[in-house]
Design a protein around this ligand. Structure first.
Ligand code: GLU
Length: 224
């Protein structure tokens, strides 16, 4: 098992995400990464190995942004490597996703996307999610995300952000845990409560099949 953490608010996200990932280390992992949105551009930093390695890269690259998602990976598809680490991006670097679990039908989706010209940069099952969201994006990030989730078989806790919509994090889960942390003017998402307990005690455990849209001001939970 690995971990997910997300933040949206008015503070700088990278150190909150890093702190959350450290709290999730006990779950086991082989690589770690974060992505933030800074001036409508995604800033991605990820690395095979310990969160300490990620931290040293963050010190060099110094990403900024008040919205972001982070991940610790436990490889199921593709070896532990920088390329296979999450987050994964769409080809135009506008969509980023993190995922816990296994997408059982990823091969058939991948073949479809490759035939349509999408390029893959990892061996993971997860990468199809980023490209599917991009493929379905036609005005509404939320609709594209939900249409993507509908296509996935298997287990997932998945979170996505879009560079053009820096005011939200979208999440869904099936057979993999996700918890929403509700703050004041800021909200959180995590695989497990300890990752965000330092910031809020007001937590909502997403149920299987639920979808959440998380903005600075509110959290909307719906049946996916
Ligand atoms: N199946 C995905 C991968 O291999 C996610 C693994 C995980 O849950 O960390 O990258």
């Amino acid at each position: 098992m690995c971990g997910i953490v997300g933040y949206i608010g008015d503070k700088q996200a990278p150190h909150i995400l890093l702190d959350g990932l450290r709290k999730l280390e006990y779950r086991g992992y082989d690589s770690a990464g974060i992505v933030t949105i800074n001036e409508k551009k995604l800033q991605l930093v990820k690395a095979e190995g310990k969160v300490d390695i990620l931290e040293s890269r963050l010190l060099i690259e110094n990403p900024r942004g008040t919205v972001g998602i982070g991940h610790t990976r436990w490889a199921t598809h593709g070896k532990p490597s920088d390329e296979n680490s999450h987050p994964h991006l769409s080809n135009d670097y506008t969509i980023a996703v993190v995922h816990n679990g296994i997408i059982e039908n990823y091969m058939e989706i991948k073949e479809e996307l490759v035939a349509e010209g999408y390029e893959f940069y990892s061996e993971t099952d997860t990468e199809v999610i980023a490209h599917l969201i991009k493929k379905y994006l036609n005005g509404s990030f939320e609709k594209a995300f939900l249409k993507t989730v509908e296509r996935l078989n298997g287990s997932y806790a998945v979170c996505a952000i879009a560079a053009d919509e820096p005011n939200k994090i979208l999440c869904a889960r099936k057979d993999s845990p996700l918890v929403v942390g509700v703050g004041v003017g800021e909200n959180f998402i995590a695989s497990d409560i300890p990752a965000i307990l330092r910031y809020t005690k007001n937590c909502y455990i997403l149920e299987d099949g639920e979808f959440a849209e998380i903005t600075r001001e509110k959290v909307i939970v719906k049946d996916a």
